[in-house]
Write a protein of this length. Structure first.
Length: 129
């Protein structure tokens, strides 16, 4: 069995979890982020995609979700609170000056991230448009 065939189920599952996080499809389920991290660990361990690539993608996904004002505030806050985890992994995996510089840029982006208020949605009252 080729590595691409073995990688597919892990990759699809990880991407699906990432889509659920990014689109806040289950904003009242904070364990979704833990499931995403667990799927990422499996992806990094059992496929050619390395742990650094998984950590980078995970960090960007969480930070991009946190700054998306169209998503619910509590979900964005949850994603921001968890963004340190892949950042910690990246620091441990930094094996060159370039990787350490990239980690510093990510750490700076996280430190400077300020959550703006989420957009408010007010459903029109029945009979009014």
């Amino acid at each position: 069995m080729t590595s691409a065939v073995r990688e597919l189920p892990y990759l699809h599952h990880w991407h699906w979890l990432g889509t659920q996080i990014r689109c806040a499809l289950q904003p009242d389920e904070p364990r979704l982020i833990d499931h995403y991290f667990a799927a990422g660990r499996c992806l990094a361990r059992f496929t050619p995609m390395g742990p650094a690539a998984v950590a980078r993608s995970s960090f960007r996904l969480l930070l991009d979700t946190a700054i998306d004002i169209a998503l619910p505030w509590h979900w964005r806050n949850q994603c921001l609170d968890q963004a340190w985890r892949p950042l910690r992994d990246l620091h441990g995996l930094a094996d060159s000056c370039a990787a350490l510089r990239q980690w510093q840029l990510y750490a700076q982006a996280l430190a400077q991230c300020e959550l703006q208020p989420s957009l408010s949605y007010q459903a029109p009252q029945q009979g009014h448009f």
